[in-house]
Design a binder for this molecule. Structure first.
Ligand SMILES: [Zn+2]
Length: 293
């Protein structure tokens, strides 16, 4: 049975903390280095719901993608949302470890898991890490499809293969356009438009896309955009990461029990589809007014 410090060393070997962005807060948030570890839970968000799940499971270590604290704090009082998380973890002897942007840029990383979930063949990183001589690490991935799909079919595949969320998949672009190459980036991909355009791909699948950047990207190129729920684009990494730790456990004879949380922690909980979707508001207005036809 390994100690926490040994498991953390293995995790930091997969996702070295020094490879995280300067603004990020990764690594061990809560934990006693000498504590024994038998059960590990992977999840995207370190929220109370997930911590309660870790308690029920009898986990000794929770590994999340998102940090608990990104900025400095002066309190972990249990009356605060994050303080309650810290209290629950410590009272139940559960450690918390975060792998965020250091897992994004890893090889394999968050976007490899996303590409894998969609059966896309990864060609290379969208934004290569200059410190990687092999050119495999970096943000996002450029991928190829074995057989071209229409934008509509690719969106349907994403909706089917990614875990279900209230949002589903939003699409910008011609639904019948053919996609042979696609860039993917787990999490918020707004800032990557220039790199996506430079890559010359047919489509870009990411999360948290906003009106103005999408509007601008559409004006400049025929690039199709697919916007999934942030949580759903990062969840496949939990399964990848869990399988990586499983392998390490087997190699070392640790006998760890490694789990992946299936709790949906995407903050959006419902979606009402418009009655009529049309490219012109006039059509919908006419219908609403009951104009003669
Ligand atoms: Zn994220």
């Amino acid at each position: 049975m390994p100690r926490l410090s040994e498991v953390i060393a293995a995790l930091e070997n997969l996702w070295p903390p020094e490879r995280a962005e300067a603004w990020d807060a990764v690594g061990t948030v809560v934990g006693e280095p000498d504590q024994d570890v038998t059960r590990v839970l992977f999840a995207v968000d370190p929220v109370q719901e997930i911590v309660d799940e870790a308690v029920r499971l009898g986990a000794d270590l929770l590994v999340t993608h998102h940090p608990l604290y990104l900025r400095g704090t002066t309190t972990v009082a249990a009356s605060t949302f994050k303080g309650r998380v810290v209290h629950t973890l410590i009272k139940n002897d559960i450690a918390l470890h975060v792998a965020h942007t250091n897992a994004d840029t890893a090889d394999p990383g968050v976007s490899d898991a996303l590409a894998g979930a969609l059966d896309l063949r990864v060609v290379g990183p969208l934004v290569p890490d200059p410190s990687d001589p092999d050119g495999r690490r970096g943000l996002g991935r450029i991928c190829e499809l074995d057989h071209p799909l229409t934008v509509r079919e690719l969106a349907a595949r994403a909706a089917e293969r990614l875990p279900a969320t209230a949002q589903g998949i939003r699409v910008a672009g011609d639904p019948d356009a053919l996609v042979r190459t696609v860039a993917v980036s787990g999490g918020s991909g707004d800032s990557l438009f220039d790199r996506v355009r430079a890559a010359g791909v047919d489509a870009f699948l990411t999360a948290d896309l906003r009106h103005h950047p999408v509007s601008e990207a559409r004006a400049h190129s025929p690039l199709a955009l697919l916007d999934a729920a942030h949580w759903a684009t990062e969840w496949p990494w939990c399964e990848l990461a869990a399988s990586q730790l499983d392998e390490i456990s087997d190699r070392n004879g640790w006998g760890l029990r490694v789990h992946v949380s299936r709790t949906v922690t995407d903050p959006w909980t419902a979606h009402a589809a418009s009655v009529t979707t049309s490219s012109t508001v006039a059509t919908a207005t006419t219908t609403a007014q009951g104009a003669p036809n």
